[in-house]
Design a protein around this ligand. Structure first.
Ligand SMILES: [Fe+2]
Length: 200
């Protein structure tokens, strides 16, 4: 017997928050633009050409959106973690990426799990890409495996997500990722966040 064991995978969780997302989509988009109007310069992190808000957390006007995100984060992680695990979000921020704006490859030091929910996007908004953490050390192998093996075990150098409105992903904060240029003249908007995990 021959067994292929894809040991030590990276846990990435994808969540569709629709149809509930559809009820808040337009309000959430207006909220993001009003935040940009209030602080048009924003801050610079991985963003190249886009607007990155300051950290949102305790602002009253963000509470209902924060509750929405946290509900789906909890619901998505609960089936996979021990019952006494506590998930504590500690930062949220908005990204508004106009045409040609992108995010360089980066990760989120100091955080356990990071996430992103797409608020506004289209087919041409530019993909979100993870780099395999073993890209360097396993590179000859990654290149050698056939297409079937790569797709069955996600055994590739990169993995791409299309930004789809209402979809959210959660991932280990150490995973390198970037977002490609927005090729649409409509903005791509997302809210990203960092979480800490505690176990009693
Ligand atoms: Fe990021």
């Amino acid at each position: 017997m021959i067994e292929f064991l894809p040991l030590f995978p990276c846990p990435v969780i994808k969540i569709d928050t629709k149809p509930e997302f559809n009820n808040i989509r337009n309000d959430l988009i207006s909220f993001c633009y009003s935040e940009r109007e209030n602080t048009p310069t924003g801050i610079t992190r991985s963003n190249k050409g886009g607007w990155h808000s300051d950290i949102l957390l305790e602002e009253e006007k963000f509470h209902k959106y924060k509750e929405f995100i946290e509900k789906y984060v909890t619901k998505s992680l609960e089936p996979y973690v021990n019952p006494d695990v506590k998930i504590v979000p500690f930062s949220y921020w908005i990204n508004i990426s106009g045409e040609n704006a992108r995010n360089n490859e980066h990760n989120h030091p100091g955080s356990d799990i990071s996430g992103c929910i797409w608020i506004k996007s289209s087919e041409s908004s530019g993909s979100f890409r993870f780099t395999n953490p073993n890209d360097f050390t396993h590179n000859p192998l990654l290149k050698t495996f056939n297409h079937q093996t790569k797709s069955k075990f996600y055994f590739s150098e990169r993995y791409f997500f299309k930004p789809i409105e209402g979809e959210m992903i959660l991932f280990p904060s150490v995973m390198n990722h970037c977002v490609f240029e927005n090729n649409d003249d409509n903005d791509r908007i997302s809210i990203a966040f960092n979480l800490k995990i505690y176990e009693n």
